[in-house]
Design a protein around this ligand. Sequence first.
Ligand SMILES: [Ca+2]
Ligand SMILES: [Ca+2]
Ligand SMILES: [Ca+2]
Ligand SMILES: [Ca+2]
Length: 205
Amino acid sequence: MHLGEAKKMTNFTVTTGNDDAFDGGDLAAETADGGGLSLREALGLANANADVDTITFDASLSGSTLTLSGSELVISNSVTIDGDIDGDNRADITIDANGGSRVFNVTGGTSTLDSLVITGGNAVNGGGINIAGGGGLFFSSPALTVANTTISNNSAVNGGGIFSQGDLTITNSLITGNDATDDGGGIYLVNGDTLITSSTRPVIQ
Ligand SMILES: [Ca+2]
Ligand SMILES: [Ca+2]
Ligand SMILES: [Ca+2]
Ligand SMILES: [Ca+2]
């Protein structure tokens, strides 16, 4: 986050573990339908504006698993998703695609996934996370930082945990128990810059 920047920033607080669909409404409408504001709805709202937004989770969701209902979560625009509710830099939120889809598809922006457990993803490339490549001369590749996060038990043909064509930074995270039928059980890197740092935990197993 660059707090000195003039850009607007909105924080969306996820209040339901249900996977309510994003219907293109505003915050009030998306909160009013289903069980509250879902992560999918919060992402839809964050993607819909050019601001660098943050998504956090209501304390009532601490320790819970958000199970996706068969389609990936798309990040098309810079956002930070912070699953640390109690401030100890450890995940308090699990996102489980339950084998029905990838978990996150990062198609644009400079984003951070912080203090999450990402599991159960399944896709051809990048079961847990796919970072798309740039769309040519005028579109730079997305950049993603994965911090304080566990990526486990995802599967793909290439890149069970992560498939990256963008810029990837991994810090203090655990990537374990992911499976690829072809290459890259944990991470498959096509291009882009990758930086892996860890002060407290093993990174890739
Ligand atoms: Ca909705
Ligand atoms: Ca809703
Ligand atoms: Ca935004
Ligand atoms: Ca925590």
